[in-house]
Write a protein that binds this ligand. Structure first.
Ligand code: GTP
Ligand code: MG
Length: 277
């Protein structure tokens, strides 16, 4: 996807976007012929925001609101004072053809957190459900990735994987290992992962290259063909007086790419579903 579009044209495109537009333009009006009757008219591409706690997922929701509609009020609650921010599962942008599914960040990615992630992926955890975590107790039963699946319209279609540019854990092997299981499962499910590197305002430029390959590797071990990461500086209380246009463009480009990948996943899952019938 082109990475050089202007803020105005990205805004226009995303504000009038309807689920399926990108592939219909590319493949023709029948691109979603395996959809169930009426399915596409009520569809929105669901973009899951995943990553460690404090990586800037909720701030990204606010960045999208700012970049898309120049809204100063912050729809998502972000961390203050270093504590954990998001607790309930929340979806944003109900007026448009896509949704951002904000999740509670992973702490050290224990097994019950993986289960929670699958519940979100499969749409079996509803908006505003508290993502419970207590003393190592799995909140979503023993099934893990066998959780009950909701309809395709409620499942996550693509994942933005947040990596904080200054996260010291990135150099630890355990960081990659922890995400491996999830990555493999997303691959089987046909959900692409797009790496998104936040805190690019704080990034050590000398580390940009190694950070890029690390983020790509986290999302896809066959790094050569995997997705290039998006570098993001989020809209935060600190830069709210002067949130640069170039930052806003990067935010909307990442959304555009996520929508495109989400459409591809949705289409192939519809085709698979039609074969099962
Ligand atoms: N400098 C800078 N600060 C950021 C950026 N993104 C987020 N922050 C700050 O980092 C802190 C954590 O951001 P959140 O958006 O709450 O992180 P989160 O991933 O939603 O965290 P959880 O909900 O706990 O998983 C907040 O204080 C933000 O203001 C960024 O790109 N640059
Ligand atoms: Mg959050």
């Amino acid at each position: 996807m082109a990475r050089d579009e202007s803020l105005d044209s990205l805004r226009e495109l995303l504000l009038k976007y309807k689920a399926g537009d990108f592939l219909r333009k590319k493949l023709g009006e029948n691109a979603f012929r395996s959809a169930e009757p009426g399915e596409m008219s009520s569809m929105a591409i669901r973009i899951g925001l995943f990553g460690y706690t404090g990586a800037g997922k909720s701030s990204f929701v606010n960045s999208v609101a700012k970049a898309l509609v120049d809204r100063d009020y912050l729809p998502a609650v972000t961390q203050t004072g270093g504590g954990e921010g998001t607790i309930a599962l929340e979806t944003f942008f109900h007026d448009y053809g896509f949704r951002l599914v904000d999740t509670r960040g992973f702490m050290s990615m224990e097994s019950w957190e993986e289960k929670e992630l699958f519940a979100i992926l499969y749409g079996s955890l509803s908006d505003c459900d508290i993502i419970e975590r207590g003393e190592g107790q799995p909140a979503y039963g023993p099934g893990g990735c066998n959780v009950q699946k909701g309809p395709l319209s409620e499942q996550v279609h693509v994942v933005l994987w947040f990596v904080k540019a200054t996260d010291v854990r990135l150099d630890q092997d355990s960081y990659t290992m922890k995400t491996e299981f999830i990555r493999k499962h997303l691959f089987t499910l046909g959900v692409n992962i797009i790496p998104l590197i936040t805190f690019s305002d704080k990034m050590d430029l000398a580390k940009k290259e190694s950070l890029t390959s690390k983020a790509k590797e986290l999302c896809d071990p066959s790094v050569r063909k995997s997705q290039e990461p998006y570098f993001i500086t989020n809209y935060t209380p600190e830069n709210s007086q002067n949130y640069e246009k170039s930052h806003q463009e990067s935010v909307l480009r990442a959304i555009k790419e996520a929508i495109y990948q989400g459409e591809r996943s949705l289409r192939s899952r519809q085709i698979k579903r039609s074969f099962k019938k």
